[in-house]
Design a protein around this ligand. Structure first.
Ligand code: G6P
Length: 612
């Protein structure tokens, strides 16, 4: 949700900023802009993608060695050239990029207007740069001091980077809630919303903490202060990221690459955590808190989007196997409904990015209520990873396609490991069942590859349904959340309206929608309640619905009724979501490609949603 990049050093800034913006484009792609210091502040911005900005700049020679860049996901003000970042101060001395929302911008705007400031855009960000200008010119203070005063005045979330034409040898950056990293090169600095624009230049980074302000100087020095103006000792970390992980690697889209990586990423999520031969399962991240998990009265899972769906599967897994009560909450609802959280409960935040504002806020709320926080996160060093008391990374590597795929299966794998660990420690599973399930889970990556081999058949089905306006996804038990996830994938990238339902609920409403034009995707891989799902398929067929069934190998009854079916290898029922979701990811992918949609950057969406 908005990407920021900045550079100061000896090299030409423009190519570094543009390459950085391309890497960050998954965070928002309504408009893009840069500002460079070349005598004065020069700003170029354009509605649309980074490529539109590059075309707009054309052959202009931007001879500058420092600058800032931004790719936008609009919140305040429609996406157009005017509202694109960077924004400049009234005296045109400062240029600023911002990710987040300034909640008290209206009050500030009114006050600044009375002081003579004039605004040209509809954004909250423009108010921020005018506020900094006001402090700077009123008190004749350094840029960083003006930014510091502004930090104390604004309410909301921000990652911001500011340049000043009268002070061209430094860049000032600050953050609260939205992420920001400093990349430390040889006498050069990079600043970015995540590591992707930095890794091709340096692997040394400092993750700015909440309410910290950094000044990076052209002479290679830098300093960090907190909001109380107290100097901080920066912790320089080494990035464990390879540039190939950020490339498409021969695939047409990042999403397709990520879908196809899942045998590996699921294996990586299990690495060092499961050994069926020695009969061992455990999560190192639980560490000193293991006993609190074992004794907990309840787990509360807070998440959004796809991560919320994996949380639902976690609920089924943990309640079924470990007999421990689990509540799954939309993070955005949780914190605003005065929920009951007891001392003996643990709140688990699930997030691919580790930056989702609603999840972060829900976890902070739970911490204030005294809960122990556990993170299930993909992005190493992200805000949620740092906020939580303990946690486990899913090790899926960078996920760039906006529609989450490999993070989902990584999260479900992690939750399966958690369920097995707790089941063993709480004594709710027999040794033989535990061993059987450990062996089945361990074998999932091999079976994922078997499912992926059915890509051609899935593409064929996508061709058959690509012109539909609506689709229904039905599943039971462990596969009800998979129905939700399959429908979400279809909506997100192909813009076909799709709804996921528990199969049995169909007769309480959605059945009214079924006719010969309605594709109904039935995830029928459960062995329990199998007859019931057979009946559900009959009910759909009786109303002429077109059934696409996901079944286990060897299944007959549903295959015979369905218009199309896709087989997945047999596995233990709790782990079927790890296989049954894959055809649904591919179905939505192919439908989107066939409909000419932008798969990796679907309209209106952003991968990392850093506003509430
Ligand atoms: C956005 C993304 C989704 C994602 C959700 C939660 O809506 O488009 O793909 O599932 O945020 O993101 P998180 O990073 O917290 O898992």
């Amino acid at each position: 949700m908005c990407g920021i990049v900045a550079y100061i050093g000896e090299r030409e800034a423009f190519p570094i900023l543009i390459e950085g913006l391309r890497r960050l484009e998954y965070r928002g792609y309504d408009s893009a802009g840069i500002a460079v210091l070349n005598g004065g502040v020069q700003v170029y911005k354009k509605k649309g993608k980074v490529q539109d900005l590059v075309d707009h700049i054309g052959d202009l020679k931007l001879d500058a060695t420092s600058g800032i860049g931004h790719t936008r996901w609009a919140t305040h003000g429609k996406p157009d050239d005017k509202n694109a970042h960077p924004h400049t101060s009234g005296n045109e001395r400062l240029a600023l990029v911002h990710n987040g929302i300034i909640e008290n911008y209206a009050t500030l705007k009114e006050a600044l207007t009375k002081l003579g400031h004039r605004f040209n855009t509809d954004t909250d960000t423009e108010v921020l740069v005018h506020l900094i200008e006001e402090y700077q010119s009123r008190d004749s203070i350094a840029l960083e001091d003006a930014v510091h005063l502004a930090m104390n005045k604004v309410v909301g979330a921000y990652a911001m980077v500011v340049i000043d034409q009268d002070d061209p040898d430094k860049i000032v950056a600050a953050r609260k809630s939205s992420p920001l990293l400093l990349g430390i090169g040889d006498d050069e600095f990079f600043i970015a919303s995540d590591a992707s624009p930095i890794i091709s230049h340096t692997n040394k980074v400092v993750y700015l903490k909440d309410e910290e302000l950094a000044v990076v100087n052209r002479d290679g020095s830098f300093s960090i202060k907190n909001i109380q103006n107290i100097p901080q000792n920066p912790e320089i970390k080494e990035l464990d990221l390879k540039i190939e992980e950020l490339e498409k690697g021969g695939y047409e889209h990042f999403m397709l690459k990520e879908v196809n990586q899942q045998a590996k990423t699921v294996k990586d999520a299990m690495r060092g955590r499961l050994n069926p031969i020695d009969g061992w399962v455990g999560l190192g991240g639980m560490g000193e808190y293991t006993e609190r998990f074992v004794q907990a009265d309840r787990l509360i899972i807070a998440a959004c989007g796809t991560s919320w769906h994996s949380g639902l599967i976690g609920e089924y897994l943990i309640e079924d196997l470990a007999q421990l009560s689990v509540e799954v909450e939309y993070a955005s609802e949780f914190r605003y409904r005065n929920p009951v959280i007891h001392q003996n409960e643990i709140v688990i935040g699930i997030s691919q990015s580790g930056e989702t504002a609603d999840t972060l806020a829900a976890l902070k709320y739970a911490r204030d209520k005294g809960a122990l926080l556990y993170g299930v996160v993909n992005v190493v060093g992200s805000s949620i990873a740092r906020l939580t008391d303990a946690g486990s990374y899913i090790h899926a590597g960078p996920e760039i396609g906006v529609a989450s795929t490999k993070a989902f299966t990584g999260q479900v794998t992690l939750l399966a490991l958690l369920a097995l660990t707790l089941a063993e420690k709480r004594g709710t599973i027999s040794k033989s069942d535990l061993h059987r399930l450990m062996t089945e889970l361990h074998d999932i990556p091999r079976k994922i590859d078997v499912v992926l081999q059915q890509d051609d058949a899935i593409r064929y089905i996508a061709e058959e349904i690509k012109d539909s306006n609506h689709a229904l996804y039905l599943g039971r038990g462990y596969n009800f959340p998979v129905a939700l996830e399959g429908a979400l994938k279809m909506k997100e990238i192909s813009y076909i309206h799709a709804e996921g339902y528990p199969a049995a609920e169909m007769k309480h409403g959605p059945i009214a929608l079924i006719d010969e034009n309605m594709p109904v995707v039935v995830i029928a891989t459960n062995e329990s309640a199998y007859e019931k799902i057979v009946s559900n398929v009959q009910e759909v067929k009786a109303r002429k619905g077109r059934v696409i069934a996901i079944v286990q190998e060897g299944e007959r009854a549903i295959r015979e009724m369905a218009d199309y079916s896709i087989e997945i290898p047999k596995t233990a029922e709790p782990f079927t979501p790890l296989l049954s979701v894959i055809p649904l990811q591919l179905l939505s992918y192919h439908a989107a490609v066939l409909r000419g949609c932008n798969v990796d950057q679907p309209r209106n969406l952003a991968k990392s949603v850093t506003v509430e």
